[in-house]
Design a binder for this molecule. Structure first.
Ligand code: NAP
Ligand code: GDD
Length: 364
């Protein structure tokens, strides 16, 4: 109980400054956005590799550490000896980010923090630009001004391609379609610029959509799998959706975080597209998910203009051949396995037994 109480907080800057993290024998990674979908998988991955993992968390009035609670509880509570240390910080606060980089002196920084919802970025364009765009510059500047040999990973996105037709590769021209994509494009070019101008080991991973049971509930895949679980639980009768025509290249987040790490282990920094190479429409996702539980989507899915975007990205399909050739990376999880895993998780969360509803689920 005592240990849990300590770990439900992050350590203060004063505590942090009193500790010499650089004396640790392990490689040190700093992850911004550690409470998010990718941050949680990446932290697990790096801990398993023996890294000391530091994460940046935002102060909020309620704790939102559900995706990383298991990592906090599995690690000793003392900051000097723990393999998993959390710090308060925010991408809009350069002083705090500077102090963090200075005290943690990470070997690798993974910049995953972002206001990552495309539709919400139309409502919060300035904040999205500040956190996602300038926030990246703040971190790059911290590394540069301190003269650290830190390797830097930037979470770039296929949204930067926007209107440019597929297949999209590292040499495809960009045409962003939302404030989110514009902010990310600025961050992408700043990453390239700090590599070219200041010789930082800075990589931009251009990742296509990746999902998991830990996906935020207002992204389309999770909205569908959670909606189905709630329909089965008798809590929902209609699923209100936006445009079902857009196509996305969907992979599994667990596979994609490995590619982030691989980029930082190369001899030279570079940019890589990470994708499956296969595209499906939102309607395909809906049909597959409803089909897996034997329900007819036509009875439940209704169109709601509230979820239509002012400008849409119609089709994303990545060409991951460079990552396959140079990193030896390829997506491992099939689309059907991904949908099934998400459905199973959401059914359990809603108290619905997957063995009764999910076609082909193993009986326990
Ligand atoms: P996510 O689940 O939305 O997580 C975003 C993380 O950023 C959360 O930890 C969030 O903290 C944090 N954050 C947001 N604003 C912040 C701020 N001002 N200061 C500090 N932290 C802040 O996103 P994700 O799916 O894991 O994606 C990770 C990164 O990859 C994002 O940059 C995203 O834009 C990018 N990306 C994602 C995909 C994808 O398909 N998932 C594809 C390409 C690129 P709270 O928990 O406190 O909100
Ligand atoms: N969220 C949402 N909700 N999207 C819907 C809905 C709905 O009810 N109905 C239809 N859609 C459509 C959207 O219009 C979009 O074309 C598609 O479903 C996917 O939407 P999201 O799941 O919100 O993801 P995204 O593609 O806009 O952005 C995600 O992927 C990017 C990489 O391409 C996010 O993770 C971004 O952060 C990431 O950069």
């Amino acid at each position: 109980m005592q240990r849990r109480a300590v770990w439900l907080q992050a350590i203060s800057v004063a505590q942090c400054e009193a500790i010499d993290f650089s004396s640790a024998m392990a490689q040190i990674a700093l992850i911004t956005g550690i409470t998010g979908q990718d941050g949680s998988y990446l932290a697990e991955f790096l801990l398993a590799k023996g890294y000391q993992v530091h994460g940046v968390v935002r102060r909020s009035s309620t704790m939102n550490r559900g995706r990383i609670d298991h990592l906090q509880h599995a690690n000793p509570s003392h900051p000097e000896t723990s393999k998993f240390v959390l710090h308060y910080g925010d991408m809009t606060d350069s002083g705090g980010l500077n102090r963090l980089v200075k005290t943690v002196r990470p070997d690798e920084i993974y910049n995953l923090a972002a206001q990552s919802h495309v539709q919400i970025s139309f409502d919060q364009p300035e904040y999205t630009g500040d956190a996602d765009g300038l926030g990246t510059t703040r971190l790059l500047e911290a590394i540069r001004t301190m003269g650290l040999p830190t390797r830097f990973y930037q979470a770039s996105t296929s949204e930067m391609f926007g209107l440019t037709p597929p297949p999209q590769s590292e040499s495809t021209p960009f045409h962003p379609r939302s404030p989110y994509a514009v902010a990310k494009l600025y961050a992408h070019w700043m990453t390239v610029n700090y590599r070219e101008a200041h010789h930082l080991f800075a990589c931009s991973g251009i990742l296509f959509n990746h999902e998991s049971p830990r996906r935020g509930e207002n992204f389309v895949t999770r909205k569908v799998t959670r909606g189905i679980a709630q329909i089965l639980a008798g809590k929902l009768d209609k699923l209100r959706m936006g445009n079902l025509d857009p196509k996305r290249d969907w992979g599994h987040a667990r596979d994609y975080v490995e590619a982030m790490w691989m980029m930082l282990q190369q001899d030279e920094p570079d940019d890589y597209v990470i994708a499956t190479g296969v595209t499906r429409s939102v309607k395909d996702f809906v049909d597959t998910a409803f089909g897996l539980v034997g329900l007819d989507p036509a009875k439940y899915v209704v169109s709601d203009p509230a979820y239509m975007r002012p400008a849409e990205v119609h089709e994303l399909r990545g060409d991951p051949s460079k990552a396959q050739r140079e990193l030896g990376w390829k997506a491992e999880t099939s689309f059907d396995t991904l949908v099934r895993e998400m459905l199973e998780n959401d059914m359990k969360l809603e108290g619905v037994d997957p063995t009764h509803h999910l076609i082909g689920a193993a009986k326990s």
